[in-house]
Design a protein around this ligand. Sequence first.
Ligand SMILES: Nc1ncnc2c1ncn2[C@@H]1O[C@H](COP(=O)(O)OP(=O)(O)OP(=O)(O)O)[C@@H](O)[C@H]1O
Ligand SMILES: [Mg+2]
Length: 263
Amino acid sequence: MGEAAERIVLEARDLRKSFGGVRAVDGCSFVVPAGRISGLIGPNGSGKTTTFNLLTGLTAPDGGQVIYKGANLAGLKPHEIFRKGITRTFQITRVFREMTVLENMLSVTGLAVPDRVARERAAELIELVNLGHLRAEYGGRLSYGQQKLLEFARALMTDPDLILLDEPAAGVNRTLLQHLLDHIHRLREQGKTIVIVEHDMNVIMNLCDRIFVMDYGVKIAEGPPADIQRNDRVLEAYFGRRRRPDGSAPEPGGHGPGSVGAG
Ligand SMILES: Nc1ncnc2c1ncn2[C@@H]1O[C@H](COP(=O)(O)OP(=O)(O)OP(=O)(O)O)[C@@H](O)[C@H]1O
Ligand SMILES: [Mg+2]
């Protein structure tokens, strides 16, 4: 189980992206091991979604590289990256409100299978996320959690190799959450690679093989969950043990949500 033997599916090298004066991603490098679940965590605004946007071509980097299967993806368009087998879900869902659940599933472009096969796959995936009874319902009538599940299912329509999930559990009720987690485990068993951004630390700590932690656009830690839970820099980022310039303690909770020690 030596780490050196692990196959790398994607590598980010010194990624950079600023918005005006904000360095959203400020020289971030990491490698994503194949066939594993990697977690990307960090306080609000630490650059997680921007990192996903850089990996999927939604945002062009100011600098750096994204190496996937030996080629640099930086600067490619989203559909070009998508065609290479990388797919994602969005923190704010992008479900088509005027389309039914089934139509949403079939709205994915670039399905290299006959319509009949696509419909079968869609029906299967809808069942897997427990939305079978809602297949004819309009996207706009689903609860937020159901939209998250629909988007997750839709992301699997193309049978991608690498799946990036941006807060898939937010707003999903406990029962459905368990289904979602089971499904993510099954994807790993099938050999898929998953990167998940999630604020629910129970989910992250129980699900991930490896965790990367960002703060202010920089990777501040990485390692297995047990190490991350005890990492001083991570605790500092989450609990705000930073001192103000005047030496006083900052407000409890730092600039982040939740508790990193949960679970
Ligand atoms: N399109 C944009 N224009 C301007 N600023 C942006 C834009 N996108 C992100 N930012 C800023 O970049 C920083 C990183 O944001 P990002 O959304 O990547 O963080 P995040 O880690 O995903 O946060 P959260 O946990 O709240 O989702 C924040 O300061 C944010 O305000
Ligand atoms: Mg985000």
